[in-house]
Ligand binder design. Structure first.
Ligand SMILES: Cc1cc2nc3c(=O)[nH]c(=O)nc-3n(C[C@H](O)[C@H](O)[C@H](O)COP(=O)(O)OP(=O)(O)OC[C@H]3O[C@@H](n4cnc5c(N)ncnc54)[C@H](O)[C@@H]3O)c2cc1C
Length: 424
């Protein structure tokens, strides 16, 4: 793989530049190749599978294992990597094929295939699959993978092409030798990170415990087990918050009985529910083993009789009362974990070639962007720029009219399959 210290033999013109090599970047490169859009310049800080591999390997999935197999066999370039032959997938045969290789050789999805397809699994299985596809895509003709940081891009108004600048990444060992490329398609798959906001008044000096570390039982144990009596407050009631509570409870009830947990939540627990052919709260509700654990231990009717109440103190409060609640209940905590959502990572700085700043507004239906071009009062299409993944998801409306953002490997795949043929 090229690094930014080794860019002398790179092309400078590409059909597409894909920024990010998490599940969304992998999805986009696979779909572009399937549509014969090449050459592709693929840039990532470290090509390490995105956050699912670097942070969430120990997290239980909220989707069933079958969906990871469906993802890995959804496009011909993936199937070639998975099995060595471009076997058919359920996309071409909606009535049943599971994407198993058509030859007799076991494909590279054996560890996923050994799982119960209808149940969740540790995300390490999904992360290994993403790494396997990443390695395969990097070697696929038409793909140039470069480790670096896309810092900024300029739009040429006349040709509607982008000039994309790549720098060394601060975490990379490579010296920062910058280079540029031009392209008609700039595709952002830049991901999101946990929201960690400053806390008010008398609570602002309480150390924050990183949500990603709290989602990892091994990191949490390494950090907390050697300390004396510890109080840790957890804010939130989402999937991540419940996972953190469960990790903390497991630690307290095994090797750290002097751990006390304050759980601050402003709404009741919300679960995904199977309806007639669709799922209510598919993207926001608790699912899988996390939902089972929450029902069993955290629902008010079970909480008091559950062992968790020995360690967890539940504090409920109303929306809008955050500040007063935090000032009252957080003091005395050794750490605070905020499990209150995820926000987009910084995106490359965008300008026109004459130096005007471009603020992109995402279109959650087409995967494209709009901007204030200055020539009209309305926003206009931002030529050639697209986005996918947790930072740039599809907006979906369920049969009850609830609006959600579709985040998950297979959801990215379905969305990109639908919209990318229009990414001209
Ligand atoms: C706790 C948790 C559990 C989840 N569980 C599941 C699950 O069970 N099933 C499921 O399907 N989905 C799950 N998801 C949702 C989703 O699939 C993951 O969040 C997924 O990692 C998002 O992928 P992504 O590619 O959008 O972003 P990321 O994985 O964050 O990847 C973004 C990549 O872009 C790179 N990058 C960013 N900016 C630049 C730049 N300027 N230049 C170069 N590189 C750049 C980063 O280094 C990174 O590698 C979960 C999410 C979370 C948070």
């Amino acid at each position: 793989m090229a690094t930014v210290s080794d860019t002398s033999n790179l092309n400078t013109e590409y059909e597409a530049v894909v920024v990010g090599a998490g599940p969304a970047g992998v999805t986009c490169v696979g779909n572009l190749l399937e549509r014969k859009v090449a050459p592709i310049l693929w840039v990532d800080h470290d090509f390490n599978g995105g956050r699912v591999n670097s942070k969430y390997r120990e997290v239980p999935s909220n989707t069933k294992a079958a969906l990871f197999i469906d993802f890995a066999t959804a496009v011909a370039p993936f199937r070639k990597i998975v099995s060595g032959t471009p076997s058919r997938s359920r996309w071409e045969e909606p009535s049943g094929s599971d994407g198993v290789s058509t030859d007799d050789k076991p494909d590279k999805l054996q560890s996923l295939r050994q799982l119960d397809p209808q149940k969740g699994c540790e995300l390490s299985y999904a992360a290994d699959m993403i790494m396997m596809l990443t390695e395969g895509l990097k070697k696929t003709p038409g793909v140039t993978a470069v480790r670096g940081n896309v810092s900024d891009a300029q739009l040429f108004g006349l040709t509607e092409q982008w000039n994309v600048n790549v720098q060394g990444h601060k975490k990379s060992a490579d010296p920062a030798e910058a280079f540029s490329a031009t392209t008609e398609r700039l595709i952002l798959c830049t991901g999101s990170s946990p929201t960690d906001t400053p806390l008010p008044g008398n609570t602002k000096d309480i150390p924050h415990f990183d949500l990603d570390d709290a989602l990892s039982p091994s990191k949490m144990s390494a950090r907390l087990s050697g300390l004396g009596p510890t109080t840790i407050s957890v804010i939130g009631a989402s999937h991540s918050a419940i996972l953190v509570l469960r990790n903390l409870y497991n630690l307290a009830s095994s090797i750290k009985p002097d751990l006390k947990i304050r759980w601050l939540t402003r709404h009741e627990l919300r679960y995904a529910e199977f309806m007639n052919g669709w799922i209510l709260r598919d993207n926001t509700g608790l699912k899988g083993e996390v939902a089972v654990w929450a029902k069993e231990h955290l629902e008010p009717e079970n909480f008091k009789k559950s062992d968790v109440s020995k360690y967890i103190d539940a504090i409920t409060y109303e929306k809008g009362k955050d500040e007063a609640t935090f000032e009252k209940h957080l003091p005395g905590s050794d750490f605070v974990v905020q499990a209150i959502g995820y926000q987009r990572n910084a995106t490359p700085t965008l300008t026109t070639t004459d130096g005007k700043s471009i603020t992109p507004y995402y279109n959650h239906k087409t995967g494209g962007f709009e901007y204030d071009s200055g020539s009209k009062t309305d926003r206009t299409k931002l030529p050639g720029m697209y986005g996918a993944g947790i930072a740039w998801p599809e907006r979906v409306t369920d049969p009850h009219g609830n609006v959600e953002y579709a985040v998950g490997f297979f959801k990215f795949m379905k969305y990109i399959k639908r919209v990318s043929p229009e990414w001209n």
